[in-house]
Design a protein around this ligand. Sequence first.
Ligand code: BTN
Length: 245
Amino acid sequence: MKNINFINFEELPSTNTYALTNIDNLSDKTVIVANIQKRGKGRLGRVWISDNPENLYFTIVLKSPKNLKVKLPFVNPTQYMAVIICETLESYGVKPQIKWPNDVLVDGKKISGILAEAFIKADDLPRIVLGVGVNLNSTPEEIEKIDQKATSLNLELNKKIDKKLFLDKLLENFFEKYDEFLLQGFPLIKEDYIQRSPFIGKEVTISSLNSNFNAVAESILDDGSLRIKIGDEFKNLNAGDLTLI
Ligand code: BTN
């Protein structure tokens, strides 16, 4: 792949932490891969168990090009990544779904998680690190240890998955449309995203950092936010966690 730098590690605390700490010295589109992580980070302060070297743990460094109208943190790169992961999984014959904002599930069970972290200094161009974990070759015992319903591609297909091949496919797909995505933002992938979002129109429980409430997930807006209805009131959400009721 052109213009893509890879840095491979046997072990890191976290590929996201490495990318954030070294962001000044890492060029746009650098991919950091670790075989295992000692402190893998999940969304909302959770831990991402990362001790199986046959599973995938990587982070892409993304820096806004200077002439970009829409700046990076606002163009939903995690949602773009969720669609790309779905397309990659579909090429293996499974039917993934997206749970807003960016969990990827197969058969209602989580197979991949995405964690974006931003590095924003005043007067500087936005940079983000986009971290991805995909369960490619977990054992049933490892899946049991995860604190939510989870699965792994090998268990869905009953065969070992070639990690390098999966990563190559995923990155090729990601970078093929990435420049266009930067120009257009979420509308470029809105249809692809909605098509894989089974919770739209359904009643869900929404958990945010300090509250839990029920609402109807009405629609996804052009900026990637979730429009919900609570009683007679509408609200647009930018963050949170959904559970189908
Ligand atoms: C989630 O909770 O759904 C997000 C999980 C993100 C895990 C990946 S693994 C590679 C990268 N490094 C981390 O520490 N976390 C992300």
